[in-house]
Every structure is written in C-alpha cells, then in structure tokens.
Write a protein that binds this ligand. Structure first.
Ligand code: FO1
Length: 318
C-alpha cells in the first residue's frame, strides 16, 4: 500500500509517527508532502520549520516539550546575536538547529532544489518515510494585518511568534502559490497513492498552503485515491497550537464540522471523501463526507497508530 500524507506543523509530525508505525506493520510506503508556507530567511539562513519538525520528530531528535527544534539544544548563537542587537530577536534559533539551516542554505545557494536538500538532510535523520516539500518554489504565508491604522503584510512567523497571532488580521496570502509547481516527486506520489491522509495539522496555515499549489490541489481533488482527513479540532478547541485564531481570520467556526466544511467534499469541489472526528464529536455531519468518530488524542505512538488505522478504514483501504 502507498500512503501519502499532507502534513505541517508539530501535529503533522506527530501524526506521521503513527503513520510510520502502521506502515511498518502492514508493509506500506509513506510519503509526506509537507507545508513550506512557514519557511523564512532570517540572519541569512533558510529555515523550514515544518520540514524540520517532521525530520527531527521522525529521526528522534525533536524537543518533546517545545515540539519544534532539537532536544538538548543550547542557545549561545541566539544570545550572541541578541548582544549585537541583530533582529529579529523574537525568533529563537538553537545552536544545533543552526547547523541544519547552514547546510540547507549552502545547498540552496549552490542551486539544489529544496526537495534535494531535504533528501540530503534526511540522509542523516533516516525518518523512515519519504519527506517532500509541497513545492521547490517559494510559497510563503503572509498575514495581512492592521497596525496603527496601516494595512500591511507580515511574514507568518512574525504574526505567529512575535505577535502571538493577536494582531487584527484581514487574511492570509500564500505568496508565490499561484505559479508554484509541486516539488519533484509530489505528483508521482499522489498518482501512485492508494490513500491520501490529511494530518490533523492547522487547516489554515499548514494544509491550505499545500493545497494552494494548483497542481497539488488538482491531483488530490481528482486523483483515484480516497482522501481522508483527521480533525485537528476536538469540540471547539485545537488539539494543539493556535488553529482557533487562524480559523477566526478566515471566518470558519472552530469545530470539526467547520474544518470539515472548509476542506469540503471532493464530490462538491473540495478535497475530502472522509473525515475522522473525536469520539466526543460523534454525530457531527459534513455534507458529502463519510464521518467517523473515535478517540483522536495523539498521546503516544500506539494511540496515534490507532487513529491512522481508523483513517485507513474510513478510506476503505485497511
Ligand atoms: N516557535 C516559537 O514559538 N518561538 C520561536 O522562537 C521559534 C523558533 C523556531 C525556529 C526554528 C523552527 O524550525 C521553528 C521555530 N518555532 C518557534 C516554531 C514555529 O514558529 C512554528 O511553530 C511553526 O512554524 C508552525 O508550524
């Protein structure tokens, strides 16, 4: 069986631990198509938070408390940069993490596409699945905000970290998405997939930027493989992170029904066939979608594996 997972953020990385566990049991191949909308260049370094969260988490090097960055991290370079007053001081780069960005930036500057760079970085981390950026092109999430009566676009990381998602925000823009092409390998993986899973990642700033690449959306929406999503919302709150604030920006209710409706049914121009919601949300209905309910807390790899098995069963491929 070939499983493709659309993923971003820490929720996506943790979901992939369960996907990998199930894939090992059933002998499936897994490809993660990962959000690049959070990527940013700071201090001259290209930083890809979602690719790194996936790589570090599956490679056993992620910090379990923060969720992002490396376990056992030190912060000497960050402190030295702050001592110089080198902005942005609101973004924390750990010493070990910086090595990843140095290798990535050097390879990108030498002309390698992000997919090849990611492959090279994964040689060290051995994530046990194929990790692909959604695009080798720049697709960068910006938030259109109002500050002191002035409307301007700021990078997602500035909105998320510096302003804790609390600025009055009109909308998100995925800069470059319209003309971006899927990264090498993405369309082949989708064409060969037996099932596509949408991880319980932030729907607005993790999954939407992947689907904003026109050929990716087209391949997911019209492909032969069934597409099943796992709700990142339980009740009225995100399982993790600030998806509630992002959903408010796009005017979607923070609920499993709201997010299911945002993705929409493939039969009605959306991207999903099935939608897995938490057991406490049993009875939720989304037009055009097969909705199943089961416990969705990813407390450990076994619990996450059980969620993945349920998603495969909704897809009819288990
Ligand atoms: N999140 C923070 O809240 N503060 C930080 O200083 C920070 C730095 C950082 C550096 C590298 C990296 O890969 C991720 C980092 N994150 C940080 C997490 C990141 O901003 C977001 O959680 C993701 O982009 C959302 O998926």
């Amino acid at each position: 069986m070939r499983i493709v997972v659309l993923a971003g953020g820490i929720g996506g990385a943790r979901f992939l631990l369960g996907v990998r566990a199930v894939a090992r049991e059933v002998g499936a191949e897994v490809t993660a198509v990962v959000n690049v909308g959070d990527d940013v260049t700071l201090h001259g370094l290209r930083i890809c938070p979602d690719l790194d969260s996936v790589m570090y988490t599956l490679g056993g090097g992620a910090d379990p408390e923060r969720g992002w960055g490396r376990v056992g991290e030190t912060w000497t370079v960050k402190e030295e940069l702050a001592a110089y007053g080198a902005e942005p001081t609101w973004f924390g780069l750990g010493d070990k993490d910086i090595a990843t960005h140095l290798v990535r930036t050097r390879m990108l500057d030498a002309g390698y596409p992000l997919s090849a760079v990611t492959d090279a970085l994964c040689d060290r981390w051995q994530p046990g699945i194929r990790v692909l950026p959604a695009s080798d092109d720049r697709v960068e999430t910006h938030a259109v905000v109002e500050v002191d009566g002035v409307t301007k676009a700021i990078h997602f990381q500035e909105w998320w970290i510096r302003h804790r998602a609390e600025l009055p925000t009109q909308r998100f823009v995925f800069v470059g998405a319209e003309t971006a092409k899927p990264a090498a390998g993405v369309l082949d993986a989708l064409a060969a997939a037996d099932v596509v899973l949408v991880a319980p990642s932030n729907p607005v700033v993790s999954v939407a930027p992947i689907l904003a690449v026109p050929a990716v959306r087209e391949a997911v929406a019209t492909g032969k493989a069934p597409v099943v999503g796992v709700s990142p919302i339980i009740g009225t709150a995100p399982v993790r992170g600030m998806a509630d604030k992002c959903l408010a920006v796009v005017g979607v209710e923070c609920s499993p029904a709201g997010v299911g409706g945002l993705f929409g049914a493939r039969s009605a121009g959306g991207v999903l066939d099935g939608w897995l919601v938490d057991e406490s949300d049993a009875g939720v209905e989304v037009p055009g979608l097969t909705v199943h309910a089961r416990p969705l807390w990813m407390t450990d790899e076994a619990a996450t594996g059980a969620i993945v098995r349920a998603a495969l069963s909704v897809a009819g491929v288990s």
